[in-house]
Write a protein that binds this ligand. Structure first.
Ligand code: ATP
Ligand code: MG
Length: 428
């Protein structure tokens, strides 16, 4: 029978790669904790209407990319294509904002979009993100941006570029929308077919079209920034001022509009030059109308999402992660020896020392070779003779220095052993 492979656009995360994931997750958790953000976990599937209403029918995500199916109870269900709509639903459903308090939330997990798979673009991918719900000040925008840049910096990712823009409030946007349609309509026949489609449905998206001809036409289009009301302009200036105060470099990109309908005021993206066409690692912005749109009280909010797979691609290029190796490799041969070695191994592990146990029972030469390859610092050896005498042989792999001690004494002086392991780390 033929073998079965993972679906197109999905990927197994194998042990060789998973260390990067754990490094990223650990840094993200710690950074969120330091900024008083709490984790929220929402279901992987929701009613289709949540995304249709929340993200907007005219967006690519809802229009073309959703994994939607009818369940056995005839309900239309969709695998989440992003987190924000679900998080906001939970915020409303559980009255998380009832005390008028600010909710600082973060999340991590898989999301699903039916897209053409390529480097940095999958059908099941992962996002880590943050949402600050219940505050409309420019400081909130800057706080979430600062957390994102903090995480990326701790990962050692340099050569990242932050683009920001303001898409104004809803009134600014609708004024601008009209001006943009007026400008683009005479060029309609020259636009790419996607953009022609968007001209009435979602004209702002035409601004970030990748089509060269469309880009040339868009060059001279009216700019959103010229359509901002006084309050929107001041909000945007304050965001810039605080980013400057934090020494977070940014570029104003007047054509940055982001794909989803719900953005207001600040929109931003963080990109890397090392990722080819799929350059955006983080996207976000303010979404002051979404809570109301989903049936809650008017509540301002701002957030972002990072694409984990794209960050992993960058981390793999850097290769900063130290490989995960056991500190200790345990070698044994013979039934009695193996049993004693197993007891010893468990005791070391319970003392928080990382131990790899050789299960093969192969000859010592083969086991020692594996010990060398494991990257462990020290090899503990119990053969028939040691088992008989309840001793063990301690062999430091870098220097080949060896001692034989009784197993009882070894366990009694485990702190000394631990200190020797630390010394070894220092030398490496
Ligand atoms: P893109 O323009 O690349 O399609 P997007 O605007 O659709 O991105 P968002 O909805 O803002 O992306 O999602 C946040 C982040 O998730 C993106 O910046 C990107 O890093 C990542 N991402 C989006 N779609 C995919 C995908 N299909 N595969 C892997 N990562 C993705
Ligand atoms: Mg997309």
């Amino acid at each position: 029978m033929g073998s079965i492979n993972a679906l197109r656009g999905t990927k197994d995360i194998l042990p060789a790669e998973v260390g990067y994931w754990q490094q990223l997750e650990t840094i993200a958790y710690q950074t969120f904790a330091r900024a008083a953000y709490q984790e929220i976990r929402t279901p992987i599937f929701e009613q289709t209407e949540l995304f249709a209403r929340g993200i907007g029918e005219a967006t690519d995500v809802v229009g073309k990319e959703m994994y939607t199916f009818t369940d056995r109870g005839d309900r239309s269900i969709t695998l989440r294509p992003e987190f924000t709509a679900g998080v906001v639903r939970a915020f409303i459903q559980h009255s998380l904002g009832s005390q008028g308090s600010v909710q600082r939330l973060w999340y991590a997990g898989p999301v699903f979009r039916y897209e053409r798979p390529q480097a940095g673009r999958q059908r099941q991918f992962h996002q880590i993100g943050a949402e600050l719900i219940g505050n409309g000040s420019p400081a909130a925008d800057v706080e979430v941006i600062a957390i994102a840049t903090d995480i990326l910096q701790q990962l050692g990712l340099k050569s990242l570029k932050l683009d920001i823009n303001s898409v104004g409030n809803q009134e600014d946007r609708s004024n601008y929308r009209e001006a943009l349609i007026n400008y683009l309509t005479p060029y309609k026949a020259e636009l790419d077919s996607d953009s022609q489609d968007r001209l009435t449905r979602n004209p702002l998206r035409i601004l970030d079209s990748k089509n060269e001809n469309t880009q040339t036409i868009v060059q001279n289009a009216p700019q959103l920034l010229d359509y901002l009301s006084e309050t929107s302009r001041i909000h945007f200036e304050q965001v810039q001022g605080m980013l400057n105060a934090l020494e977070i470099p940014f570029t104003i990109n007047p054509r940055l509009v982001r794909g989803l309908d719900y953005y207001t005021h600040t929109a931003f993206e963080i990109q890397s030059d090392d990722l080819g066409a799929q350059a955006t690692v983080c996207g976000g912005g303010r979404y002051d109308t979404l809570v109301e749109q989903l049936g809650g009280k008017p509540t301002p909010a701002v957030g972002w999402a990072m694409g984990v797979e794209r960050l992993i691609l960058l981390l793999e290029k850097l290769q900063t992660r130290s490989p995960e190796t056991p500190a200790v490799y345990v070698v044994s041969r013979g039934d009695q020896a193996t049993s004693q070695a197993m007891v010893l191994t468990q005791k070391l592990r319970s003392q928080n020392i990382a131990v790899e146990f050789d299960l093969t029972g192969a000859n010592f030469k083969k086991q020692f070779k594996r010990a060398d390859n494991s990257g462990a610092q020290v090899c503990l050896v119990i053969g028939d003779a040691e088992a008989e005498a309840t001793t063990l042989n301690v062999k430091w792999l870098a220097t080949q220095a060896q001692t034989t001690v009784t197993q009882a004494e070894f366990l009694n002086t485990i702190e000394t052993f631990r200190a020797q392991l630390q010394d070894h780390l220092g030398q490496g």
